[in-house]
Design a protein around this ligand. Structure first.
Ligand SMILES: Nc1ncnc2c1ncn2[C@@H]1O[C@H](COP(=O)(O)OP(=O)(O)O)[C@@H](O)[C@H]1O
Ligand SMILES: [Mg+2]
Length: 254
């Protein structure tokens, strides 16, 4: 195939996926998020049936945007897209270096972001396998991660930060149990707080945002674990007495 034909074909693919991104025209960073290479990545995920349409913005974050979509069978999915141009990829490096799973780092902003997404996907797989409630990972490619949508109808579950617990103790016990299960599976979340916990309709917590999670032999793993425990104790300390030492011991108990 000649180069012109190739470009024509890519343009067609881009038009096709663009047609399937609905109602986001007013989304203020549309062009920043949906650059040409991201559109082609989405096209590939579309071709495999993981995404059929995208029709809602769930959240605009510092590095990534989360969108609501439907897969080929009409199931809701959450699509997390990392922006490449404006990513804080330098922050990512310290979580990737020291993680034996990603020892062979290829340098460059794009590659770091792609690796970051791959890491988030693998971490979600590990957590899911270890019976921690997380969004079920579905697929990833380049800077795009597709996962189970957590919510009712089109409304995502609230973050713990913006939720008024009826039974804070129950949520706390569950979160601590999940930290323990992660630890047993050799993983530390690394950014655990009321911002990365969603609460479902039965007041059950769900842990999200696993991109920065690291295995226990990462040089900073224990520092990250301590910080996670501190965050959880700080949050729940508003509701009842919690002891950092007790939680830490429980989580790391053999
Ligand atoms: N699978 C999901 N289902 C529903 N909402 C989600 C899902 N994943 C993330 N969100 C929403 O998007 C927000 C940002 O996602 P998160 O993974 O924490 O990214 P960030 O790196 O921007 O913090 C979350 O606080 C949550 O409200
Ligand atoms: Mg987050």
């Amino acid at each position: 195939m000649g180069i012109e034909e190739k470009i024509k074909r890519l343009d067609k693919q881009i038009d096709e996926i663009r047609d399937r991104i609905k109602g986001l025209e007013d989304f203020k960073t549309f062009n920043e998020v949906f650059d040409r290479s991201t559109l082609l990545t989405l096209y590939k995920l579309l071709n495999k049936g993981y995404i059929d349409i995208m029709y809602g913005v769930i959240k605009t974050g510092k590095e990534a945007n989360v969108f609501l979509g439907l897969d080929r069978n009409g199931n809701r999915v959450a699509v997390k897209i990392y922006r490449i141009a404006t990513s804080e990829y330098k922050n990512m490096i310290k979580y990737i270096e020291g993680d034996w799973r990603f020892a062979r780092i290829r340098k460059g902003k794009r590659n770091i972001v792609f690796l970051w997404v791959q890491k988030e996907f693998k971490n979600l797989e590990t957590a899911y396998r270890c019976k921690v409630r997380v969004p079920k990972p579905i697929a990833y490619k380049n800077n795009v991660l597709v996962m189970e949508f957590l919510g009712v109808d089109d409304i995502p579950y609230p973050m713990l930060k913006f939720y008024e617990p009826e039974n804070a103790r129950k949520i706390f016990d569950r979160v601590v149990e999940y930290m323990r299960r992660l630890y047993k599976c050799n993983l530390v979340h690394g950014d655990l707080s009321e911002y990365n916990i969603l609460i479902d309709e039965n007041e059950e917590p769900i842990l999200i945002d696993f991109s920065q999670a690291v295995p226990l032999d990462h040089p900073n793993a224990m520092e990250f674990l301590e910080r996670d425990v501190r965050n959880i104790c700080r949050y729940f300390g508003e509701y009842f007495d919690v002891s950092f030492d007790d939680v830490y011991k429980y989580v790391t108990k053999k």
